[in-house]
Ligand binder design. Structure first.
Ligand SMILES: [Zn+2]
Length: 709
């Protein structure tokens, strides 16, 4: 997770009292308990349930319902035809976790505090799911990406938060790559809905397939060839068709409102942006929003007013007859469905990604029905009616419009908005202070002077070059490290580039070089937890565990969810014989991630050493069930059996370990010791010899061969 600090900027954009009253009346009238949908063709269709589907990375203009000529989405287009289509819906942030946090809290990122991937939602922030649960609905979420893992706080209020990512299988991988394919997500949803078909429920479904890396199966792969984005979209559309048919079969389609949206779009090369997060153009912030009511009520309605991702939570409450949370910053969209004209409100968007990760100014934007305004060192204004592709910047020719929109942006976002302060906990500050980092935290607590930072527009080509270098590394090209280092030389404060250069050097077993990059990253942004984590790992790999431990401590203070940092901290502590701290670190890692294989294995080993055999066995059994192909866990079980006096079981476990990893000198030495104990000196000698061939310094083997000449 490449994200660190939180900001507490709070835009003063809670609905005015008048609007709240109006929404409340609308809710009572149209969606009173066991909500009734009012519409010409269906005046009394009860809504028991809502299924909210988020298709990650779906730009609106790739749906037939939004004018895409290729039309690869027959199911979504049919649902759109039977539903209400919001033509101008926007995400407040083109990043997966912050956008979903806004979706599921109804608050903008500056208010809920989640402005980048990897930042956890504060426990004090109320969520839509909690609200629905309190009001008697059954709630479940099905997430297809680790980026939305329960540790980031979105699980609150969901009785069932499905998504098991087994992090240990992805060591060294970008967390954004960790995903579950859509067919498994869809099957899990269907199973849960089938079990809850006679109850009122809210199901949140997240498909990650359109987000790279692509895992497109056949026949879509052959059908779409190079056009993988549309292929993944067609595949996801098929899954949504399957889910919808499932609801129909269960007799739920007439009682369930279906909402389909996206967290953000995808650049696909527009404005030079390949993916999302760097810019705030429509390719990534204009999202689809389709609401299909039971019996297709109000079907065919197309809403022109600006809609926001933050409007969805209040809309879900309205549909289900649940009172809105006072914290919502959006409003229910149902009046618009009813054809009521609301006073136009612009949509706010931001991205701190280029600021936090690529040493540029952050971006802030508002979208009105007419204009798009982007606050940047070189500000931008586009007339969306005449120039929907945003190619003619009017900021210089229409300064009056630009000034008015800039003032509107400031009003929405609050006077503090154009800042990206590192708001860290006192604990994190203390930890950084103890290592002398604090003096170098630039801008902590003060507004970012964006005028003196490069405009993201001026760095998009360099960003593309960085992405190319990463792709080279993923393809196993050894020049990736050199290319990343060349980019880092251009600006040593490019935090992500430094981290990736470090990882590239580590993959080449050049840990000392890796260390220098992680140090540079931590210096450039002391609030970057990932930089401290990898710096700690490098120090540990270089047998400098005592120096590594404070770095892990900082990483965990900055990102309290960071289970891998606790595990690494535990390993370093164990190596310096601080077993109490090691145990506490593993405990915390397992508390955060009960499937943290490395923490379970190492806590099991630690408990074996301290003769807590029952607890040790519990951990090791759990570890072996997670990863039966790990030689290390069979070796640890063998050692536990050995200590408990079951020599035959110990031998079996060691032999299993050897089958999985025949080149480990320590396992051969262990097997030799067992043969020696079992009175089989010839076999013992042979194993000691094997061990010594693999590692001429192995003390067990050297001493063993002295005993058995
Ligand atoms: Zn996303």
């Amino acid at each position: 997770m490449r994200n660190e600090v939180k900001c507490g900027v709070c835009p003063a954009r809670i609905n005015g009292a008048g609007k709240l009253v109006r929404c409340a009346i609308a809710a009572c009238f149209f969606y009173a308990p066991l909500s009734l949908v009012a519409s010409d063709d269906s005046r009394s269709t009860p809504i028991s349930n809502v299924v909210l589907i988020s298709i990650d990375t779906l730009r609106a203009d790739h749906l037939g319902a939004y004018g895409y000529r290729k039309s690869v989405t027959p199911n979504l287009d049919q649902l759109a035809g039977e539903g209400i289509v919001f033509e101008h819906a926007y995400t407040p942030v083109p990043l997966t976790l912050p956008a979903h946090t806004s979706l599921l809290t109804g608050e903008y990122p500056p208010k809920n505090g989640v402005r980048d991937n990897g930042e956890a939602l504060p426990a004090s922030a109320p969520t839509l799911a909690e609200r629905l649960r309190e009001n008697g609905l059954h709630t479940a979420a099905f997430v297809g990406a680790f980026v939305l893992d329960r540790r980031f706080g979105l699980a609150r209020g969901f009785e069932n938060y499905w998504g098991d990512f087994q992090l240990f299988r992805y060591q060294g991988k970008d967390p954004g790559m960790i995903q579950i394919r859509g067919d498994r997500v869809e099957a899990a949803v269907e199973e849960w809905i089938t079990a809850h078909r006679s109850e009122r429920f809210f199901a949140f479904v997240h498909f990650y397939d359109l987000h790279g890396p692509y895992l497109l199966p056949e026949p879509w792969l052959s059908r779409f060839g190079e056009d993988v984005y549309d292929g993944e979209l067609a595949y996801t559309d098929d899954l949504i068709g399957r889910l919808w048919k499932g609801l129909q079969k269960l007799g739920l389609a007439d009682r369930t409102a279906l909402i389909v949206t996206a967290d953000h779009g995808e650049g696909l090369g527009d404005h030079g942006e390949r993916h999302h997060g760097f810019f705030l153009y429509n390719s990534t912030i204009n999202i689809p929003l389709i609401v299909r009511l039971p019996a297709g009520a109000s079907g065919g309605t197309r809403v022109q007013n600006v809609a926001r991702l933050t409007d969805i939570a209040p809309t879900v409450c309205s549909l289900l007859g649940v009172p809105l949370l006072p914290t919502f910053q959006g409003h229910s969209l149902m009046p618009e469905v009813e054809g009521k004209t609301l006073s136009p409100e612009p949509a706010y968007s931001e991205t701190l990604y280029p600021y936090r990760h690529f040493h540029t100014a952050p971006l802030y934007a508002i979208q009105t029905e007419h204009y798009s305004f982007i606050s940047a060192p070189r500000r931008e204004v586009y007339d969306l009616n005449l120039d929907p592709k945003q190619t003619h910047n009017l900021a210089l020719s229409s300064t009056g419009v630009a000034n008015r929109l800039e003032s509107d942006l400031k009003q929405i976002a609050g006077p503090q908005a154009p800042q990206a302060t590192a708001q860290m906990s006192p604990e994190a500050m203390r930890a950084l202070n103890s290592l002398g980092y604090v003096g170098s935290i630039s801008g902590a607590g003060s507004p970012v002077d964006i005028a003196h930072l490069p405009d993201p527009k001026d760095r998009i080509r360099l960003f593309g070059r960085y992405q190319d270098a990463l792709a080279m590394g993923n393809e196993g090209n050894l020049r990736s490290a050199i290319e990343l280092e060349k980019i880092a030389k251009l600006d040593p404060a490019l935090v992500n580039v430094q981290i990736d250069a470090g990882l590239a050097r580590r993959s080449l077993h050049q840990e000392a070089s890796a260390l220098s990059h992680f140090k540079a990253a931590a210096r450039a942004d002391p609030s970057n937890a990932l930089a401290h984590f990898h710096l700690g790992v490098s120090l540990s790999n270089l047998h400098r565990d005592r120096e590594a431990m404070p770095e892990f401590l900082i990483a965990t203070k900055l990102q309290p969810w960071f289970s891998q940092a606790y595990t690494a901290q535990g390993l370093a502590a164990a190596r310096v014989q601080d077993m109490t701290f090691a145990k506490a670190s593993f405990d915390r890692a397992i508390q955060l991630d009960p499937e943290d294989f490395d923490a379970l294995l190492n806590r099991g080993k630690l408990l074996t050493m301290t003769s807590r055999w029952l607890d040790a066995r519990q951990d090791l059994k759990r570890a072996v069930s997670l990863n039966p192909d790990s030689g290390a866990v069979h070796q640890a079980l063998g050692t536990l059996d050995f200590y408990q006096g079951d020599l035959n079981s110990a031998l079996e476990e060691y032999q299993r370990a050897l089958k999985l990893n025949d080149s480990d000198a320590s396992i051969h030495a262990n097997v030799a010791l067992l043969y020696e104990r079992l009175g089989q000196p010839q076999k013992a000698r042979a194993e000691f010899q094997r061990s010594l061939r693999l590692d001429p310094t192995n003390q067990e083997a050297i001493e063993g061969l002295r005993r058995i000449p």
